[in-house]
Every structure is written in structure tokens, then in C-alpha cells.
Design a protein around this ligand. Structure first.
Ligand SMILES: NC(=O)c1ccc[n+]([C@@H]2O[C@H](COP(=O)([O-])OP(=O)(O)OC[C@H]3O[C@@H](n4cnc5c(N)ncnc54)[C@H](OP(=O)(O)O)[C@@H]3O)[C@@H](O)[C@H]2O)c1
Length: 191
């Protein structure tokens, strides 16, 4: 979110923001944070019917089903999203890049849907869009402190985060749920 804001995303003009993997651990928190910050036009990419109400309860204005994204046929497509927070990568990210509006940006932090990215230079050289790589593992401590401060104050969503706690013996059921796309939010294993 900070990377996108550094590249022009602002509540002042209420841009259209797409969050992929929206009911997953990263995506669900991203939607809640965006909503808490004051963004209204958040679109959540979902795959299943039961994810619709969840995404909306997190703060999404509407949902887009992954199969509605269309196919990757043209290097440039109708401009729909000003900013994209992508956690899925692969074909999903590839098909979204041609739909990013002029001057928009996409942050990429995940590969839940694959590591391969298929694109052309055209969205970059004709629409001036940006791809922003996000790593959370080796972020310098100074930047972490800024982020932690925000999360502890203005961006505090700790009361509403989708978290459930399990013990080790129920872990196989959770893993099955993840594999079947039935898992929501974050699961903490109490050891
Ligand atoms: N860069 C970093 O520092 C950093 C930090 C944390 C996480 N990550 C990465 O970010 C990604 C997301 O992490 P997470 O913890 O949020 O994972 P997660 O809880 O498993 O959520 C993944 C989400 O992606 C969706 N998804 C998976 N494959 C998809 C596809 N082909 N098309 C559309 N949606 C798809 C899932 O939908 P269903 O529920 O329908 O399956 C789910 O909503 C992972 O790749 C993780 O490794 C990176």
C-alpha cells in the first residue's frame, strides 16, 4: 500500500483499486487496510461464490470473478484499474496488466497462482504504468518502523483481522482447506 501511495494512489481522487487473492492472508488484510485508510473503490478478485460476502465485509465495494478478467489476447485492453495490489502473479497478473489505467501501478508480492508473467512492453511505454516489486523479508528496519507505526495507529485493524487459531493436530484439515481453496485469512498454529 505504501509503495502504491508513493506512486500516486491517494484517497483524494478515490481511484479504482483491484486486490487479487482477496480472501487470502495478504489480500484480506490489504482490503481491510485500504478500507481503513479511506479508499472506497476497492474491487476484490474472487474465485468462488462464498468469497463474495466475505470480500465485501472486509471493505470491498464490489467483486470481480477471476473468470471475468478475460483472456490474455491483446497487449492493451480496456483501462479498468488505477492501482492493483497483486498477491497471485501468474496468468492472473498477466491478464490484469493490460487493464491498468494510464499512469497506474501494480504492486506484486506473491505467486499464489504461478511465477510466470506474460506481458509486453506496451502497457509500460504507452500507458506509463509501473510494476512495483514487494518484499517483506529483508525490509530495512527504518522502513519497518514506519510501517509498524502506521499499523499500530491509523491503520490499526487488529480487531477485525481474519485470524483463526488451531492446534497442531488439526493442521492436516487446514492444509486440505488451503489446497481446496476453502481457507480464509490467516491461521496461527498454537504450539
Ligand atoms: N513478498 C513478500 O514478502 C510476501 C509476504 C507474504 C506473502 N507473500 C506471498 O503472497 C502470496 C499470497 O500469500 P497469502 O498468505 O495471502 O496466501 P493465501 O492465504 O494462500 O491466499 C492466496 C489467495 O490467492 C488466491 N489464488 C490462488 N491461486 C489463484 C489463481 N490461480 N487465481 C486467482 N486467485 C488465486 C486464493 O484463492 P482461493 O482461496 O480461491 O484458493 C487466495 O485468496 C503467496 O504467494 C505468498 O508466498 C509474499
Amino acid at each position: 500500500i505504501m509503495a502504491l501511495q508513493e506512486n500516486g494512489m491517494s484517497t483524494k481522487n478515490q481511484p479504482n483499486i483491484l486486490v487479487t487473492g482477496s480472501t487470502g492472508g495478504v489480500g484480506s488484510i490489504a482490503i481491510q487496510l485500504l478500507s481503513k485508510i479511506g479508499y472506497n473503490n476497492i474491487f476484490a478478485l474472487v474465485r468462488k461464490d462464498h468469497q463474495v460476502d466475505i470480500a465485501k465485509s472486509l471493505g470491498a465495494a464490489d467483486v470481480i470473478f477471476a473468470n471475468e478478467l478475460g483472456e490474455l489476447k491483446k497487449p492493451l485492453n480496456k483501462q479498468k484499474y488505477d492501482f492493483v495490489l497483486d498477491t497471485v502473479g501468474g496468468d492472473v497478473a498477466s491478464v490484469i496488466i493490460p487493464q491498468i489505467s494510464y499512469g497506474g501501478s501494480m504492486s506484486m508480492c506473491g505467486n499464489a497462482g504461478g511465477i510466470k508473467l506474460t506481458t509486453t512492453v506496451l502497457p509500460f511505454i504507452l500507458r506509463g504504468i509501473n510494476l512495483l516489486g514487494i518484499d517483506s523479508v529483508n525490509v530495512p528496519i527504518n522502513k519497518r518502523k514506519v510501517i509498524w507505526y502506521e499499523i499500530a495507529n491509523e491503520w490499526n485493524i487488529s480487531q477485525t483481522t481474519l485470524v483463526n487459531e488451531i492446534t497442531l493436530d488439526t493442521l492436516p484439515e487446514k492444509i486440505e482447506a488451503i489446497k481446496n481453496g476453502q481457507h480464509l485469512g490467516r491461521t496461527i498454529i498454537k504450539y
